[in-house]
Design a protein around this ligand. Structure first.
Ligand SMILES: Nc1ncnc2c1ncn2[C@@H]1O[C@H](COP(=O)(O)OP(=O)(O)OP(=O)(O)O)[C@@H](O)[C@H]1O
Ligand SMILES: [Mg+2]
Length: 309
């Protein structure tokens, strides 16, 4: 059989063909999307099903003020099973002291800081703040009193201002500006056309690591915590910002009790107490000078890390 098709009919045929296949393609795309959403939601619900590690006790103590005395008493901690990350760690920090934690990578420094805000539950021993076991303290009131300045500063999409105030409307622009000046963040903010209203992109990628750290200082100082924890950023900070950070730290230290995971020699030297960790154990404690005189592990670390400074 022969079909006698004219040019117009062939064109029409092709047009109808694509009209037919476009929806089919669209349906296939939709099915694809649904499958992706399905597997994502499965992962999401799995995540939501994980119970939070640490919960409030019934009738927890709501602390509205801390003096800032922190005590670790024979603390043992493992993230998993019996893989002890902290082994029998004990130390006492008096109110308004600055304490530096030093030790090799993986020694457990960040872990100690995260235990203070009850991100994890210790298995043995006791952590006390102002003599109260932190397991008895309401988590929200505890976290409100502890200003956290961590290695990876968390900035969210918004403006510099909203990242500093955390959307708390009670702060005036004047207060915010004062705080920025106090922590030396004003230097770079003032250079921006929109100043405090400058947009912050996702994860703060339009700011350098040093600038992010300064913003986290401003955020912390504005909220006036009684206890401060700082995991110093190590990498990629230019010398100019580095100086601003050092100067800022000297001032911040006076706000309350401060626990620092320190990489900068200046922070360490000026600390009231240095706690030296090795593989989850406290092996030395003292001031910079007294530890150097001991000629122990700290002395070795010092020679290794800072002899070039
Ligand atoms: N969330 C976690 N789950 C399981 N293990 C972890 C977790 N966080 C840390 N660890 C492990 O605990 C140990 C101590 O880690 P921690 O982060 O406290 O070390 P650090 O002294 O802060 O090191 P660094 O100087 O590199 O920051 C490491 O062996 C690490 O792999
Ligand atoms: Mg760390």
């Amino acid at each position: 059989m022969r079909l006698n098709l004219g040019g117009g009919e062939i064109v029409a045929f092709y047009l109808y063909l694509s009209k037919f296949f476009n929806p089919v393609q669209a349906i296939a795309d939709q099915i694809n999307q649904i499958q992706k959403a399905n597997s994502s939601s499965e992962r999401l619900f799995n995540l939501l099903d994980v119970p939070p590690e640490v919960l409030d006790k019934p009738n927890p103590i709501i602390m509205d003020h801390f003096e800032g005395r922190i005590e670790f008493k024979n603390v043992w901690f493992a993230y998993e099973n019996d893989d002890w990350i902290l082994k029998d760690v004990s130390f006492t920090i008096e109110p308004r002291q600055t304490v530096a934690f030093v030790g090799a990578t993986g020694a457990g420094k960040t872990t100690i800081l995260s235990l203070i805000v009850r991100n994890f539950q210790i298995q043995k021993g006791q952590i006390l703040i102002d003599g109260v076991d932190i397991n008895d303290i309401e988590i929200h009131s505890l976290r409100k009193a502890v200003g956290q300045m961590l290695q990876d500063v968390f900035l969210f999409t918004g403006t510099i201002k909203s990242n500093i105030t955390l959307h708390d409307e009670e702060f005036s622009d004047e207060e915010i500006n004062q705080v920025c000046e106090y922590v030396n963040a004003d230097k770079f903010i003032n250079k921006l056309d929109k100043g405090l209203d400058t947009e912050v992109l996702e994860k703060g990628e339009n700011f350098s690591q040093g600038q992010r750290q300064l913003l986290s200082f401003a955020r912390t100082v504005l909220h006036k915590p009684q206890i401060l924890i700082l995991d110093e950023a190590t990498a990629n900070i230019d010398t100019e910002t580095e100086k601003l950070i050092q100067d800022s730290l000297e001032k911040i230290k006076n706000i309350g009790t401060m626990l620092v995971v320190a990489h900068r020699l200046s922070t360490i030297q000026n600390a009231d107490q240095i706690i030296v960790l090795n593989k989850g154990e406290v092996i030395e404690k003292g001031t910079h000078q007294s530890l150097l005189r001991q000629k122990g592990y700290y002395h070795k670390l010092y020679l290794l890390q800072f002899s070039n400074d």
